[in-house]
Design a protein around this ligand. Structure first.
Ligand code: SF4
Ligand code: SF4
Length: 169
């Protein structure tokens, strides 16, 4: 869908304000079948956008880790938890465990995750467009608009659909 990340960023900049306002106002709109619509658009987005070509989340954001995930990953790479913390992790202002640096140290040059099978739940669930509680997730979607072409596609298409439905009423 986007020729490059630059093309996505350019398009996103044009629509960011409109889509942020749309998401903020979504609870008031009482959209019929919101979860199903969102999920359908999530599937549509994955049919159009190749995460393997993009990897922008792994390049520019950090996952959050549970303590159990840190332990599992440290063992997997042959380090003690202490060594792993010192080399790769920190706590952010909210107290979440996050990467020290971006891109993620597990992203290889071909945009592949080298711990794919044991990656954190946060990575597995990103960008959360598969979740049914759309209204609960809306602040996350607003944040992710800047980084994620899948999120941008889903929210932009939903905006179009909702506007079209409203015009018919
Ligand atoms: S989830 Fe979003 S940011 Fe991450 S690789 Fe896929 S399209 Fe890119
Ligand atoms: S652990 Fe893997 S999926 Fe998660 S941010 Fe790092 S490279 Fe991406």
């Amino acid at each position: 869908m986007y020729q490059s990340l630059q093309a996505f960023k350019k398009e996103m900049k044009k629509h960011k304000k409109e889509l942020t306002t749309f998401l903020k106002g979504l609870p008031r709109r009482k959209v019929k079948g919101l979860s199903s619509k969102f999920y359908r658009l999530h599937k549509e987005a994955y049919g159009k956008i190749d995460c393997g070509q993009c990897a922008n989340c792994c390049k520019t954001m950090t996952p959050t880790y549970t303590k159990a995930e840190v332990k599992r990953i440290a063992t997997h790479v042959g380090m003690t938890e202490k060594e792993y913390w010192a080399k790769y992790l920190r706590k952010d202002k909210a107290g979440d465990i996050v990467n020290r640096k971006q891109p993620c140290h597990f992203l290889d040059k071909d945009n592949r995750c080298t711990i794919y099978a044991i990656r954190p739940l946060d990575c597995r669930q990103f960008p959360h467009t598969q979740k049914k509680d759309v209204l609960f997730q809306k602040e996350i979607h607003i944040q992710n608009l800047d980084f994620c072409p899948i999120t941008f596609h889903v929210v932009q298409r939903l905006n179009e659909i909702v506007l079209k439905e409203a015009a018919k009423q």
